[in-house]
Design a protein around this ligand. Structure first.
Ligand SMILES: CC(C)(COP(=O)(O)OP(=O)(O)OC[C@H]1O[C@@H](n2cnc3c(N)ncnc32)[C@H](O)[C@@H]1OP(=O)(O)O)[C@@H](O)C(=O)NCCC(=O)NCCS
Length: 158
């Protein structure tokens, strides 16, 4: 079941993000990776900026995706499914829900450029890699110069 996340979900989202990030640490430039990948303070800030949706399985969350309208676009942020629950269609269901909710013409998602699995996942859902990704990352995200350098952006036009 997909549902909007509540403040009381923050501990389980913290767990999901940091467990799922462990499995993809090989894609992250070593100078950008740390444990935990996202601190509780950072997650609390992100929670205020955007709406998280989660997939609930047997009364607990197994995956989450953040939805953040910014200026004239919408961003997908922090898409994570617990390693044991990956490749079962949970990410696809969350993504379809966020696509449905998107009111802007353009839906953007950023990822580490080495994360080819994530790029394949979004491509399967109609997203395409953007050439002017630095401009997009500077305009719509609030991330470091190093992360801009090592990330790509994909877009879905509605
Ligand atoms: C990327 C991520 C969110 C996708 O979530 P997911 O639940 O694994 O996604 P799905 O199960 O819908 O799809 C993943 C693959 O499983 C396959 N799959 C889907 N349903 C399936 C099923 N019932 N049985 C077997 N395989 C299935 C799909 O073909 C898909 O293949 P693809 O990657 O080539 O598109 C998840 O893998 C993750 O958390 N990765 C680590 C963090 C990350 O990279 N986040 C993205 C940052 S932008």
């Amino acid at each position: 079941m997909i549902r909007q996340c509540r403040k009381s979900d923050i501990d389980v989202i913290y767990f999901i993000v940091n467990e799922a990030a462990k499995s993809y640490e090989r894609f992250i430039p070593t100078d950008c990776y740390h444990q935990p990948y996202m601190s509780m303070a950072e997650l609390q800030t992100e929670f205020k900026r955007m709406t998280f949706y989660g997939w609930e399985e047997n009364g607990t969350l197994a995956g989450c995706m953040g939805f953040e309208p910014v200026k004239d676009v919408t961003l997908i942020r922090h898409a994570y499914v617990l390693p044991d629950w990956q490749n079962k269609g949970i990410g696809a269901m969350l993504l379809k829900k966020l696509i449905q909710l998107t009111k802007t013409k353009r839906l953007l998602v950023g990822m580490w450029e080495a994360n080819e699995g994530a790029a394949r996942f979004y491509k399967r859902h109609g997203f395409t890699i953007q050439l002017y990704k630095d401009e997009l990352l500077k305009n719509y995200w609030n991330i470091s110069a190093r992360q801009i350098e090592t990330s790509i952006v994909m877009e879905l036009r509605k």
